[in-house]
Design a protein around this ligand. Structure first.
Ligand SMILES: [Mg+2]
Length: 174
């Protein structure tokens, strides 16, 4: 199995079919923060994100923010959205995912992870065996380290494109 291939590809977090995920047995969604839930310039969740998280609450889907960023970056989102969070997660390493599965007692089949990066969000989720959801980044602005990852990501996506697996904005699996 190619660990770089997302199970689901959606335009953004608002276009994910959470009802269907729930029907398929998903109980918990791990959300990346930067460029997935918020622009780098946003220091707290906007109204659209707040509404999304209220909807998840209604669906009884547990949302957890799992970010590689610092605590100070993640904290305002955790507070306003009133969700659990993990910072400095070192995605794509398995450690934090494993810890979350253990703490909340979820099976891999019950968790999905959403993010805008193949090399961290998708790879990490696929390595652990949870459902991986790839979304287009909110903005072309990336952090310095991410810029390096994007170069590699570009090559990976190009290869997947040649195999007919991935095409930008050709969303699937939702
Ligand atoms: Mg991100």
């Amino acid at each position: 199995m190619n660990l770089f291939i997302p199970d689901i590809y959606a335009k953004n977090v608002f276009n994910i079919n959470f009802n269907k995920l729930k029907e398929n047995g998903i109980k918990c969604i791990l959300f990346d923060l930067d460029n997935t839930l918020a622009l780098l310039t946003e220091d707290k969740p906007n109204n659209e994100v707040k509404e999304l998280f209220a909807k998840l609450d209604d669906l009884n889907l547990k949302a957890i923010i799992v970010s590689n960023s610092r605590k100070s970056r993640v904290a305002p989102f955790k507070e306003v959205l009133n969700v659990d969070s993990a910072c400095m997660s070192m995605k794509p390493l398995k450690r934090k995912y494993k810890k979350i599965l253990k703490i909340y007692k979820y099976d891999v089949s019950e968790v999905a992870a959403v993010g805008d990066q193949i090399l961290t969000d998708v790879l990490g989720a696929n390595k652990v065996g949870i459902t991986s959801i790839f979304v287009d980044r909110l903005s072309p602005e990336d952090k310095l380290f991410t810029k390096l990852n994007r170069k590699i990501e570009k090559m990976i996506l190009k290869r997947l494109n040649k195999k007919g697996i991935y095409e930008k904005e050709k969303y699937y699996g939702n």
